[in-house]
Design a protein around this ligand. Structure first.
Ligand SMILES: [Zn+2]
Length: 84
């Protein structure tokens, strides 16, 4: 292989990488990042509710949440009835 071949090959490889649709691995990473962001959002909401004193109660009906449920899912926002 000559030097000029190498110079020609490299841009084509870079172009292929851009044109190829995202691989399944990249999609999985996006989904994982999205669910992590949602989990972080839940935690931040829980922290905000700790601040305003509504933590541990259902966002819909105001019922106090069960301690075992809160222990398992500290960012819980609704009672069993209003959980979807
Ligand atoms: Zn409720």
């Amino acid at each position: 292989m000559t030097v000029s071949d190498t110079l020609i090959d490299e841009p084509e490889q870079a172009k292929d990488t851009i044109d190829t649709p995202a691989s399944d691995g990249a999609v999985d990473e996006r989904i994982e990042a999205e669910s992590l962001r949602e989990a972080l959002d839940d935690v931040e909401r829980a922290l905000a509710r700790l601040d305003d004193g509504t933590y541990g109660t259902c966002e819909v009906c105001g019922t106090e949440l069960e301690d075992p449920d809160l222990a398992e899912t500290p960012q819980l926002r609704t009672c069993a009835q209003h959980r979807s």
